[in-house]
Design a protein. Structure first.
Length: 160
């Protein structure tokens, strides 16, 4: 009797199920991290809009030794016509400038259209004709931005 073993061809069902389970575990870990990365990358647009407005207000203050009365005098684009930034709002209550970028609904997961997210730059006068700026998530008292942006989505210089 001549018995020959035939070589196994292909994968067994168990091997395929193990591979599918491993891929599923990796996807469960990678997808939330990737979604956070996408949101953080989108947050660079409001940061750029705030940086532009900050420069305008700082230049106005350095030139005139006073805060601009409104967005127009500061040279701030209040409706930047961007996909991510809904509006940029300037306020100088108590002679302290606050610039807030309101973010379009849907950019940050869980944002309701009636409660937009935003983050702001608040300035304080320094020595001479200079302003020192602090970045933070917009609080409920900030115009148009009623929901605090989760810290993990803010630019690194805005996180507490």
């Amino acid at each position: 009797m001549n018995i020959q073993k035939t070589a196994q061809k292909g994968f067994t069902l168990i091997e395929l199920m193990i591979v599918i389970a491993i891929v599923g575990i990796l996807a469960a870990i990678a997808l939330p991290a990737y979604q956070d990365y996408i949101v953080r990358s989108k947050m660079s647009e409001p940061a750029a809009a705030l940086a532009e407005a900050k420069t305008s207000v700082s230049e106005y203050y350095a030139t005139n030794n006073a805060m601009p009365a409104d967005s127009d005098k500061a040279g701030i684009l209040t409706n930047p016509n961007k996909d991510i930034v809904a509006s940029v709002v300037y306020n100088s209550a108590s002679n302290l400038p606050i610039i807030t970028a309101t973010i379009q609904p849907g950019v940050i997961p869980g944002a309701a259209p009636t409660n937009p997210y935003g983050f702001s730059l608040s300035g304080a006068t320094g020595g001479g004709n200079t302003l020192k700026w602090v970045c933070k998530s917009a609080a409920q008292s900030t115009p148009k931005a009623t929901t605090v942006v989760p810290s993990k989505y803010l630019p690194s210089n805005c996180r507490n």
